[in-house]
Design a protein around this ligand. Structure first.
Ligand code: NAD
Length: 511
């Protein structure tokens, strides 16, 4: 197979083709990107932001085309497809407002280097590789791409094999926006193309994908000493406390679990409910789940869209069957809907145990297992027992008490009465803990992942202190310095006198 065939997420119709780029193709793309990067890096941050303005405009004027392509190739609902455009555009606009300040040179005053002037300057890495998944194909490609470009890097993007056309569209937008020839390269293909990119001479990698592949990617990046940001999977929990507004909690949990038909790294996949309200909450969740409309995103009123890949469809059904065989009760849903397309209804389960695959492994689908807990302590303990650490939410009327609990959740995004919303706030950096990855995208932190802070220094007073030959006087000087910095008042005064004497002798005298 030398080509990827992109298929409509519902009808299976061919949407277009894209090459599977070979290692030679990838190397050539990295080299071309490197050639373009030198001049790009020589621009000021403001000049780069100005050059990126047309791209922002194109994201807006082509929002309809982008959303339609996302709907066709990936299958999420229209409102969420537009949400990807909104979020990508919001990040670029945030950088337009904030990047100059974030990346400006920093003046430092190290006390051990006070005779010299010091600056830290943000140097781009060079060529940044971006390997993105299919579930948010625009946003998760654009986010690292925008940060990398603003910081002065070139980008080689390897989109998912399931959404290559969105990747190619990003390359087309970069060309239409008049960005320098070669600065943004798109190499389509599968995991082998991704591996070739890691080994192809890039200077930094942002990988978004599963934890299993993240481990392989980190190992390969390690071999090539390529620094890597990993955005991996999740098994995120919602904790419903006995004092929660159960209607609002059920609505919020439903949305948190079913956005993108559950195919979101931050989707709620475990629901812990305090025992006294478990039955009432479950009833509300079932009622509300049954009212949702499941079907193709071409109808703007559908709530739950398609499962994008056959592999994902199988995982959902396998986890469900395993749970049922081991005693779980399905309260609603449970059977795939008739085609065309892969649609699975919201499926609420009870009688689940902690060792079932659907309570342990990432599902990435519309399963909502409910597990009653004795109290909030048990819920926090279960939440934190997961190898993953992406997002979690607490549902309560007592915001003051809830706030005390948030920081105890071993996740990187914890919220009250909302789930994982910060993933779309441009101002807030995004990233995981534990098996959910490391490093940050978005926010100022996302920019900092794209630069090396280079230290520049030059003499204020041309008095080199540490030179050979060593001498007893220099040993005394260092001892005096220790007392000057860390001694008592009297010790410091005497040390200062000794140091001044040493300096007056041109750094050679007796301290
Ligand atoms: P995936 O790991 O199968 O693939 C992701 C990308 O990596 C694709 O482009 C793929 O071709 C490439 N790839 C796969 N194996 C590779 C390898 N060994 N070397 C180099 N490249 C390789 O993931 P997916 O199925 O596309 O996406 C779903 C996964 O992504 C889920 O686990 C989800 O939780 C995770 N995800 C995480 C975040 C986050 O921000 N933390 C966001 C979205 C998705």
């Amino acid at each position: 197979m030398t080509e990827l065939i992109s298929r409509h997420s519902v009808t299976g119709e061919e949407l277009g083709r894209a090459p599977i780029c070979s290692a030679d193709d990838v190397r050539a793309a990295v080299q071309a990107a490197r050639r373009a990067q030198a001049a790009w890096a020589a621009l000021t941050v403001r000049q780069r932001l100005d050059a990126l303005k047309p791209l922002r405009r194109l994201l807006l004027t082509q929002a309809d085309a982008l959303a339609q392509l996302i709907v066709a190739e990936q299958g999420k609902d229209q409102i969420e497809a537009y949400g990807e455009v909104l979020s990508s555009l919001d990040l670029l606009s945030f950088y337009a407002r904030r990047a100059e300040r974030a990346l400006r040179p920093r003046r430092l005053w190290p006390r051990l280097g006070a005779l010299r002037a010091h600056r830290l300057i943000a140097q781009p890495y060079g060529v940044v590789g971006v390997i993105s998944p299919w579930n948010y194909p625009l946003m998760l490609s654009m986010d690292p791409l925008s940060a990398a470009l603003v910081a002065g890097n070139a980008v080689v993007l390897k989109p998912s094999e399931y959404t290559p056309l969105i990747g190619l569209k990003i390359g087309e937008l970069a060309r239409q926006a008049g960005l320098p020839e070669g600065l943004v390269q798109v190499v389509t293909g599968d995991a082998t193309t991704g591996q070739a990119l890691i080994a192809g001479g890039i200077d930094k990698l942002v990988f978004t994908g599963s934890a299993a592949n993240g481990r392989k990617v980190a190992a390969l990046a390690g071999q090539h000493l390529v620094p890597v940001t990993l955005e991996l999977g999740g098994k995120d929990a919602a904790i419903v406390l006995a004092d929660a507004d159960l209607d609002r909690a059920a609505e919020g949990v439903l949305w948190g679990a079913l956005l993108n038909a559950g195919q979101a790294c931050l989707a709620i996949e475990r629901i812990y409910v305090e025992q006294p309200v478990a039955e009432a909450f479950t009833q509300k969740l079932v009622e509300k789940a049954q009212r949702l409309r499941v079907g193709p995103a071409t109808d703007p009123c559908n709530d739950v869209g398609a499962i994008t890949t056959e592999a994902q469809f199988n995982v959902v059904q396998q986890q469900l069957q395993e749970a049922i065989q081991r005693g779980a009760r399905v309260l609603t849903g449970g059977q795939p809907l008739p085609g065309p397309g892969r649609f699975f209804p919201p499926t609420v389960l009870t009688n689940v145990t902690d060792d079932m695959a659907l309570m342990r492994d990432e599902t990435f689908g519309p399963l909502l297992p409910i597990r009653p807990v004795r109290d909030v302590e048990e819920a926090i303990q279960l939440t934190n027992a997961s190898p993953y650490g992406l997002t979690a939410s607490i549902w309560t009327r007592d915001v003051r008490r809830g706030r005390q609990l948030l920081a105890r959740l071993a996740v990187s995004d914890a919220s009250i009465n909302e789930h994982g919303a910060s993933s779309t706030y441009a101002e807030v950096g995004w990233g995981g803990r534990k098996a959910s990855g490391f490093g940050r995208t978005r926010g100022v932190e996302g920019l900092y992942e794209m630069v090396i802070w280079q230290h520049l220094s030059w003499p204020r007073l041309d008095l080199p202190l540490m030179r050979f030959p060593y001498s007893a006087a220099k040993v005394d000087f260092v001892r005096a310095l220790l007392y000057l910095l860390f001694g008592t008042g009297r010790e410091r005064a005497s040390a200062l006198k000794n140091i001044l004497r040493f300096l007056l002798h041109g750094g050679q005298g007796n301290a």
